[in-house]
Ligand binder design. Structure first.
Ligand code: BGC
Length: 365
């Protein structure tokens, strides 16, 4: 009588008690989760946090990995469709290629939640659960700006995979902070002619970002990052080195990039950014090899994703705070904050909060 709109809930008292006495929605077997790869600690963190949260809630959901392959991802989605899931939580390997998988899910009546990375160019995405990725890039850029004094500081730029929408958002955030400091001469870009050609522009179009990313992409891969950095250092002169400032997009690539700068005899000091607060990078920060990381509390992302999945199973619309355009539609989104972490606050942020144990590291007491 109420849900149909015949009467208004406000006409009565006692409806809340009725609502809370309803049986909870059955989640078991109805939610499928697809993550990009087991080869990066970031996504293992997500798997672990998903398993912990599902267990705590008494839920059961399958988690499949795509191992860096869009074809495998499509297979995973087909398998979950066959199993009869009602909600799909998916972090796409390739944001545009995943549109086909999302379309197939939609056709089967499944609600799709894009997780961390946005699925592009399709109307089959119902909801987007993400971190504030622009803030991730802005915090990386700000760290370098805060540490730079004088003029002419050598700046090396590296980016994520062009197939990942986040790579653009991170770069956009970093550029918004770095560009004014490039324009005023604080920094001089040393490894990207495309970035130099665009350095007068405060805001870049996606196509312009793509030109720079195409030149400095790590493809989110340790070896690609290592090879690119070594190639950059080989073609740079000793004068292009000295005390260098390095925008590295995430922890996995940051360690490769930092190792390469660290073994160049003309590099006197190097400040390298990162993100994800991977354990290995926390150790690098403690050891002074990586300058900072951006902590993204995966527990929050997992909680938001599960909350959205349950709302969708109940036929409700999950709460959105804004939206992201995916090239086709504005996807309702919820985003969580991120925290800049360096030697000074690593203990307070990651150990005292209980996220990691001090015993996981050497040098943190
Ligand atoms: C994620 C990062 C991750 C990167 C590489 C991005 O989409 O937001 O946390 O480091 O992909 O996997």
């Amino acid at each position: 009588m109420i849900d149909s709109g015949y009467y208004q809930a406000t006409d009565f008292t006692g409806l809340d008690a009725l609502e809370s006495s309803k049986a909870p929605v059955e989640v078991g077997g109805k939610v499928g989760i697809v993550l990009p790869t087991k080869d990066e600690p970031r996504w293992i963190q997500d798997e672990t946090r998903f398993r912990d949260a599902l267990k705590a809630a008494g839920y059961d959901a399958e988690i499949l990995f795509s191992q860096g392959s869009s074809a495998k991802e499509q297979e995973n989605v087909e398998a979950l469709i066959t199993k009869g899931v009602k909600v799909l939580i998916i972090c796409p390997q390739d944001g545009t290629a995943a549109a086909a998988a999302a379309d197939a899910a939609k056709k089967a009546g499944i609600k799709v939640i894009s997780y961390d990375r946005l699925i592009r160019e399709t109307d089959a995405v119902d909801y987007y659960v993400t971190f504030d990725s622009k803030a991730v890039g802005a915090q990386q850029g700000q760290y370098l700006v805060d540490k730079a004094t004088g003029k002419g500081n050598p700046l090396y730029l590296y980016a994520g995979a062009a197939s990942d929408n986040n790579a653009f958002v991170f770069f956009d955030g970093a550029w918004s902070v770095l560009q004014p400091k490039i324009a005023d001469g604080t920094f001089v870009i040393k490894n990207s002619s495309e970035a130099v050609a665009l350095q007068g522009k405060a805001t870049l179009t996606r196509d312009e970002q793509a030109k720079i990313i195409g030149q400095v992409t790590t493809n989110w891969d340790f070896n690609t990052a290592k090879n690119l950095t070594e190639a950059n250092l080989t073609s740079a002169t000793a004068a292009d080195k000295g005390n260098v400032f390095v925008l590295a997009p995430n922890d996995g690539t940051a360690r490769a990039i930092a190792d390469s700068f660290g073994s160049d005899k003309d590099v006197k000091s190097y400040l390298v950014t990162g993100q994800d607060a991977e354990k290995a990078s926390i150790q690098y920060i403690v050891d002074g090899k990586q300058a900072m990381t951006v902590f993204k509390d995966v527990r929050t992302l997992v909680k938001d994703a599960i909350g959205a999945a349950v709302a969708l199973l109940e036929g409700k619309t999950p709460t959105a705070k804004g939206s992201y355009n995916n090239g086709k539609i504005d996807v309702p989104a919820i985003q969580s904050p991120v925290v800049s972490v360096d030697k000074a606050n690593v203990k307070a942020t990651l150990i005292d909060s209980g996220y990691y144990q001090a015993t996981d590291f050497t040098g943190i007491k």
